[in-house]
Write a protein that binds this ligand. Sequence first.
Ligand SMILES: [Mg+2]
Ligand SMILES: [Zn+2]
Length: 280
Amino acid sequence: MAEKIVVVFDFDKTIIDVDSDNWVVDELGFTDLFNQLLPTMPWNSLMDTMMREIHAQGKTIEDVEEVLKRIPIHPRVVPAIKSAYALGCELRIVSDANLFFIETILKHLGLRDYFSEINTNPGYVDEEGRLRISPYHDFTKSPHGCGGLCPPNMCKGLVIERIQASLSKEGNKKIIYLGDGVGDYCPSLKLTEADYVMPRKNFPVWDLISRNPMVIKAEIHEWTDGADLEKVLLQLVETITVEEESNSASAQLFTADCKLQNISTVAVPEALPQALSVRQ
Ligand SMILES: [Mg+2]
Ligand SMILES: [Zn+2]
């Protein structure tokens, strides 16, 4: 079993095949307003503003849910997640979408209980039925201080550092991190030699990693689509599990060997004449 593996998934364009924010805005017919406002504020603040406009124009939270339930996802992704879970991996999400979108989609796919943790921007429906989206880090009070390419509301590198700190108390766990976007580069840099990173080929995080792979300590395994994600991820889990099992098997063999030597030299040396003759 792969209890020692923690698989950390990005959500947009990794688990689902599109960006959930763009999907909701486009499907509800608010693309023009979104593009018009985009240069004026951070993405995360813009999504909260968009949800206010969408609500003001008479769209209900049920309309938003209906759109989320038909979001495109590759048919092999759900089986891949279920297989990794069945093999004993712990699954988590680190995403710059929001909790309402992610939970609505995961529940619809029957996947919510497969994930032990969802790290994302808070999202809740207020008394008026409007979805409110707030930043993961409150950057108006204190910036997250990451000098990298992370947006002001969320540094996934900080989330990975927190996960690593909590995992270090549970023994030698390995992380497999999957992502596609610019925001997945910072956490990729935080992974260690024991970890694995799965950048989606020809997507921004893959471009950034390919530019200078030497700065990435984790082993790099690219993937293209949902079918490839399933193949590469499950292959990795299997390889790590086999390695672990052979490590623990050889450790047991070593212990057994020592015990045997103790018995032969201390307790009954005469009982092993053939072994003695071989040594001459
Ligand atoms: Mg993404
Ligand atoms: Zn960062």
